[in-house]
Design a protein around this ligand. Structure first.
Ligand SMILES: NC(=O)c1ccc[n+]([C@@H]2O[C@H](COP(=O)([O-])OP(=O)(O)OC[C@H]3O[C@@H](n4cnc5c(N)ncnc54)[C@H](O)[C@@H]3O)[C@@H](O)[C@H]2O)c1
Length: 440
């Protein structure tokens, strides 16, 4: 069964959503403060230019499934769900202006005072994580006189469409992110998108808001990466289009979820060295690389963050799990855990370190020389097992810990802060621990 939806904001997102939802059998009542947009829509014309939209709107308006008004009260009264897609432009200080969203939130709340029956509000405008919880819900509750869950539901459902292919994107989204606080809220979004073949991911309001930012930040990052690396490559005599096309064929490491897990800093024998060499090459060719030049500083800032987290939670004795730059290798070159250890030692902390990958390397590996020559001061701190590592610890740092080691740590019920730089621990293994994560 179709939903009766009041749609606030007949801009790019609103108009496309409205037309496509009407096509899928919902009844849409659009609201915009701009009477010209309302008149255009009422006349069966799209207020924005977008491929395929005029036709969809003509059809929906003709069938009586897409109306429009400047009167928010009437639209709320005649619908059960409000979709909010008004603009959130940059304010003068570069912050996000919530003025329009708050205005319509107030209008919806006030209309709800006089409207019987339950009502749900689905926010689609892009807002920073926490905004729906902290600003919109309190404002809705205050203006409507209702409490969340008592005749009032609130969801956040980010929009990922691209202008130019928005209609096609709406019907074939990569995924649908459903942020809600109640089972009813999730079911509502599932009803709204019924028939669209895409995974519907249920999450909190705050995470749904965050995912929209991750997407846009990442898209911007990718474009700058391609352009900046491309500009350097051109000076190196490479056609970056061809190089990037080949690069993109690797769907395992390059175009994939690899390296996108928040955790600790990068290191090792390749990434820092190759970045430095490429940046040096770019400088000698007089190509500016503001993005790529910030990678090593950003990575260093993450080591600072780990140090600060440990300093906030540990007093003097730290049990550190992990020392090589990643799991499954004995390579210690440019390991950011070596940097962290040295910083802690320099500040007077006492360390006990456990890293089974090095224990093996010390006995047989080619890294034996490196350990004895480069880090004898850390080698002395390496422990043979989990139990001896934990002796006297007033904070435990998980940087590279395996499942069985984690189980041993948990079984010993340490009553000290457990600082996780790694993530991905089994939730069961963390129960009862005084747990703090670096990015979570
Ligand atoms: N454009 C995109 O491709 C895109 C994609 C995803 C998300 N978003 C986000 O969606 C939101 C809307 O973006 P857009 O590009 O559709 O914006 P837009 O500027 O095209 O449209 C916003 C509409 O809201 C109307 N409006 C403003 N105040 C109002 C009020 N008080 N009452 C009723 N109507 C009001 C405006 O008249 C306008 O028609 C923004 O938060 C944006 O960041 C945009």
């Amino acid at each position: 069964m179709g939903l009766r939806i009041s749609l606030f904001g007949l801009g790019y997102v609103g108009t496309v959503s409205g037309a496509c939802l009407a096509k899928r059998g919902h009844e849409i009542f659009g609201v915009d403060k701009n009477p010209c947009k309302v008149a255009l829509l009422e006349g069966g014309h799209s207020p924005i230019v977008e491929a395929g939209l005029d036709e969809l709107i003509r059809e929906a308006v003709g069938a009586g499934r897409f109306r429009a008004t400047v009167d928010p009260e009437r639209a709320v009264r005649e619908t059960d769900v409000s979709l909010v897609s008004v603009g959130t432009p940059s304010a003068r200080d570069a912050s996000l202006s919530l003025e329009a969203v708050e205005t319509v939130t107030r209008e919806i709340g006030e209309a709800l005072r006089r409207k019987p029956g339950p009502h749900a509000v689905i926010y689609r405008s892009t807002v920073l994580p926490g905004t729906t919880d902290e600003r919109f819900i309190p404002l809705l509750e205050e203006t409507s006189g209702r409490r969340l869950g008592e005749g009032l539901d609130v969801c956040y459902n980010p929009e990922f469409l691209r202008e130019g292919s928005a209609v096609a994107d709406f019907h074939r989204p990569p995924l649908i992110v459903a942020g809600a606080r109640t089972p009813c809220g999730f079911r509502l979004l599932e009803t709204m998108y019924a028939g669209i073949e895409a995974e519907i991911v249920r999450t909190s309001l705050r995470t749904a808001e965050a995912v929209k930012y991750l997407a846009n930040l990442y898209h911007a990052l990718k474009i700058c990466f391609a352009n900046e690396a491309g500009a350097v490559l051109k000076e190196m005599g490479v056609d970056a289009r061809e190089a990037m096309e080949i690069f993109c064929k690797d769907r395992v490491l390059n175009i994939s979820a690899a390296y996108l897990r928040p955790g600790y800093a990068f290191g090792g024998s390749c990434l820092p060295k190759d970045l430095r060499a490429f940046l040096h090459g770019a400088r000698s060719l007089n190509v500016e690389t503001p993005l790529l030049s910030q990678l090593l500083p950003s990575n260093g800032r993450h080591v600072d963050r780990a140090f600060d987290l440990i300093a906030e939670n540990g007093r003097g004795h730290i049990a550190l799990f992990g020392l090589t730059f990643k799991a499954g290798t004995d390579d210690l070159r440019e390991s950011p855990l070596v940097t962290l250890s040295e910083r802690l030692l320099g500040k007077g902390y006492e360390l006990r370190i456990f890293d089974p990958d090095i224990n093996t390397a010390r006995l047989i590996g080619a890294n034996r020389d490196f350990i004895e020559r480069e880090i004898p001061h850390l080698d002395r701190l390496l422990q043979p097992d989990v139990v001896s590592t934990l002796v006297g610890a007033d904070a435990i740092v998980l940087a590279k810990v395996g499942r069985s080691e984690m189980e041993t740590i948990a079984s010993l019920h340490p009553e000290v802060p457990v600082i996780d730089l790694q993530g991905g621990q089994e939730p069961g293994a963390l129960q009862g621990l005084d747990y703090r994560g670096i990015c979570w």
